[in-house]
Design a protein around this ligand. Structure first.
Ligand code: ADP
Ligand code: MG
Length: 279
């Protein structure tokens, strides 16, 4: 079966990150195609990922499926995953430009279902962004990359006394309470994923980081913190529908206690539209 790590042939590189690479691989015996993520976790490295443990016990149609965990050599872990054949929301955006409101509604519905599953299993993803949302040719969207994810019981207690851990992830998609370390640990950890989803959807709609004008990117940490924590709500293009605006505003509520939860968002008219369109 696919249990044999050494019967996997590397076909090409799908992505490279800070702690490893993802390859497209073929299983020699069955010729089935998979994605294989190899994570280097050196002993002198402060980086400790729970990705293998987390992914190994998840089973949802909205989360990338894990088919096996291997330890090819000391300090290395490998995750065999289902191969998603249409890339990520990031690569699709780069190839085709911004998404329509209706495609984003279908995407929102699926990511919300993935987040609902994670949050119900005490997992906070902490790195929701276009390049971590995988897509298949039939427009199924699945959450991937649990490299900075946490099991919530551990947060603020034994496993996570190191606050700095919580600042991993991609800053541009980080909620005000995560950027502003003074308010982190307020008890609304799951709300951070909702914020990141809001930034992701709005970015894919307007075509750029939504808190800045089209031709500008935050040039440093302080600029980002100022605009995200204290800046005005990003303006919508005038053609944006009321449902879309309202949904994004519910995600991008600065105060985490007032931000909508994933379950609340799933009953928002815009998510319901996404559900109907997907049928
Ligand atoms: P990193 O920690 O390096 O960001 P990811 O798990 O996000 O690791 O994988 C990096 C990239 O590899 C993704 O952005 C995507 O382009 C590609 N990739 C990862 N997993 C898969 C998969 N299962 N199917 C297809 N492509 C994948
Ligand atoms: Mg990633």
């Amino acid at each position: 079966g696919v249990g044999d790590f050494f019967d996997l042939e590397k076909l090409c590189v799908l992505g490279r990150g800070n702690h490893g690479s993802v390859y497209k691989v073929r299983h020699g015996q069955t010729l089935a195609i998979y994605a294989l993520k190899i994570i280097q976790q050196g002993s002198n490295d402060a980086y400790v990922s729970h990705e293998t443990e987390i992914l190994n016990c998840l089973d949802s149609p909205f989360v990338v499926k894990c088919h096996g965990i291997f330890e090819p050599r000391a300090g290395e872990k490998a995750i065999l995953m289902e191969y998603m054949d249409a890339g990520t929301l990031d690569t699709i955006f780069r190839d085709n430009g911004p998404f329509s409101e209706t495609s984003l509604a279908r995407i929102a519905y699926q990511v919300l279902n993935g987040l609902k599953y994670l949050h119900e299993h005490d997992i906070v993803h902490l790195d929701i962004k276009p390049s971590n949302l995988l897509v298949s040719k039939d427009m199924k969207v699945k959450i991937a990359d649990f490299g900075v994810s946490k099991i919530v019981q551990g947060i603020g207690t034994r496993a996570d006394t190191n606050h700095h851990n919580m600042c991993e992830g991609t800053h541009a998609y980080m909620s005000p309470e995560r950027l502003d370390s003074h308010t982190f640990g307020s008890g609304y950890v799951y709300a951070g994923d909702v914020w990141s989803l809001g930034v992701t959807l709005l970015e894919l709609y307007v075509g750029h980081f939504p808190f800045f004008p089209a031709d500008k990117r935050p040039s440093n940490w302080m600029e980002l913190v100022l605009v995200v924590c204290f800046g005005e709500f990003p303006s919508f293009p005038k053609e944006a529908s009321e449902e879309f605006r309202s949904f994004i505003k519910c995600c991008l509520e600065k105060e985490p206690s007032k931000r909508w939860t994933v379950s609340q968002l799933l009953s928002h008219p815009y998510a319901c539209l996404g559900e109907r369109l997907g049928k």
